[in-house]
Design a protein around this ligand. Sequence first.
Ligand code: SAM
Length: 217
Amino acid sequence: MVNQSRRFVRPRQKLVELLKEKGIKDSNVLMAIGKIPRHKLVDTALHHRAYTDSALPIGLGQTISQPYTVAAQTELLELSKGDKILEIGTGSGYQCMILCELGAEVYSVERHNELYHRAKEAMKEEGYSPLLKSGDGTLGWSTYAPYDGIIVTAGAPVVPEDLIKQLKVGGILVIPVGDDKTQKMLKITRVSDTEYKQDEYDNFKFVPLIGEKGWGE
Ligand code: SAM
């Protein structure tokens, strides 16, 4: 039998090449994509699609994000080693592992308890140790605020105020905002205690951000 890890090296490298063609430029982000074993985060029946550029089901009606989306959102964060990053929507743990691999100090919140436990286990197995929490990420995670960056991996109806308040001055929030069909990627930079700058990027399609400051149940 072909060694399971070796079997995925080539498809993972091909995915990196594809993301480069699609416009991802940050070599550190590409290197992280080339390293994280995405196949281990999906059902064995989906292994053959693990390194295609597509979102895949992870149960409970949720998905592991499309690699292009993960790479594009990570690039927008402009993170440096040691930055304190909060992720909302741990899901499979894929995005979280990418952030860890880039040297960030990562905090991540997931509303589904089952996914929280699964992601925790998967990350431990790969040797990553972000701080994880099961709960409503629309309120952020005030205990460890302020953050250099916050990344939201589910589609929000509006920008939750708690999140921008938990940014450091100079910090960046990357969040898809829109309706249930399509969301525009926003990059919001905290310029001062009271001022924020907003840049808009492409449209994406995410599962909904559900919570007190997100969509209803
Ligand atoms: N970052 C994930 C990954 O790499 O697999 C993407 C997972 S999926 C696209 C979005 C996740 O956000 C889902 O797991 C969903 O349960 C979670 N989510 C939705 N609303 C949330 C909330 N208010 N707080 C925390 N997680 C939430």
